[in-house]
Ligand binder design. Sequence first.
Ligand code: FAD
Length: 504
Amino acid sequence: MALVSCCDALSSALPGNVFLPNSTTYLDASSQRWSGTASSLWPNCMVLPTCTEDVATAMQVLTQNQCLFAVKSGGHMAVAGFNNINDGVTLDLSRLNTVEQAINLRTTRLGAGAEWQHVYDKTPDVVVPGGLCGGTGVGGVSLGGGMSIFLAEKGWTANNIIDYEMVLANGSIVHANQASNPDLFLALKGGGSNFGVLTHITVNNAQLTNLVYAGQVINLLTDRSMSSLLNALTRYTKNNNRDQSAGLQTIFKLGSNGKDEVETLYGHKVGPASLMPLPFLPPAIFGDLLRVPSQTLAIAAPAPINIMSRIAQAAQADGFRDEIATITFKNDQNTIEAVHTITNDICNQMADVPNLDCFWSYVPLPEIVTANSLKRGGDVLGLDRNRIDRMIVFFSPRWLDPQYDDRMANTSVAWFNQAKAATVARGTDDEFLYLNFAGGFQDPISGYGAKNVEFLRRVAAQYDPQGTAAPGGHDVVELALSPRYSGERGYYTLLQKDQSSPES
Ligand SMILES: Cc1cc2nc3c(=O)[nH]c(=O)nc-3n(C[C@H](O)[C@H](O)[C@H](O)COP(=O)(O)OP(=O)(O)OC[C@H]3O[C@@H](n4cnc5c(N)ncnc54)[C@H](O)[C@@H]3O)c2cc1C
């Protein structure tokens, strides 16, 4: 069936939920994405379901008519074609944004299309461990793993999910939990969008009031103070095994004067306001970071999570065109310094790109995350194969003019290749790539290890035999075949199932 007919068929099946390019709703929904790279694709129509049954109807129409489509929850993913599509249909879940707390406050049920900022604003009494950056969405964050400010203590967001409600390719609505579809339950904990469309999750809440000791430091760094900051980050990662109540996020930018500007946002669980320590002193784990010289701003206050997530979001401007890429290495001072130099050099080489915002972030991944993930039933990320402290780097340069897209894409690949070589040379390289930070050219799922890949392929074949359920995102089905990303921006073909994949 021709693609235009897909929109006609959807309009008949879901009257009032399908929007064409000439409508205000289409234009509004189109701009609700973090990245200009993703929002400048133009589907023939957008479907905005308001309930799980609408998603089921949409999936029946999409798969029966072999429509090309993309799925969007929070819209924070920058890779073109992952949450949007040219010429096909975009299934936009932004109206599936309910936040329902259990009366005993122990669990919260969330619509996949909700942004985490909305979740935190609605849950002032507990902490639901989700994306630290408020604009990220429930759907994408939880399917790829999910880093919260409580990553060390609670493991990944996915480790705290006790039920997934999914719509499969044939339109059936299923639940995956310990008792029902347990293989799908495990596969969804990091396996990405390979199994169907996620409509709701139920999360175990962190049992504390929504108050943390939080701080924000901005440093404008010289080479010497940079070295002490990287050293502090390396030590923090190690110490996070002991003090698991702490979390932090760093945002590095190459400032216009050629010096790094670093914003560190940190939080520490303190529980109810009555337990807040007075006088208000930073927890010891942040001491090294706070002693780094060249600070231009340092503030600390008791803050609810929703304030932290707002600050994190504000520090990461939307509307740019973006490339993203990631690397992980064993936590090591010498390696982080080498990767840092490479990143700085790459940013300097792009200095002539107008409106460039060369951004990157180091995310500590202490070994304890894996232990705490396993306590909650584990996941498919494969980190348990090697119990070490790791450091993740999220590289995400931004610019405005589309004529630089190809150059920036090549730069992103060059950054990864150089950083990888630096880690290999030091014996600190690691296979893990955080799926939610991975660029379109990267293959994060193969880094989960052969056993997990086999498992994911088997589960994908069982729940999505035609390979049509959720065509955007990093793919388990085509692993070991040609890469999914063709280089033809923003246009993906329906998955072709690898017939030689292991049988279920
Ligand atoms: C500035 C910035 C800050 C970030 N901060 C964090 C952070 O604090 N913690 C963290 O863990 N990650 C973070 N990320 C990464 C983030 O997890 C990913 O961008 C994630 O994809 C966002 O989720 P989303 O719902 O907004 O995704 P979308 O852009 O809506 O979708 C992303 C991918 O998931 C698929 N998908 C989305 N919803 C569904 C669904 N319901 N069913 C099936 N497939 C679906 C889409 O097809 C697409 O491939 C950050 C990224 C950026 C750029």
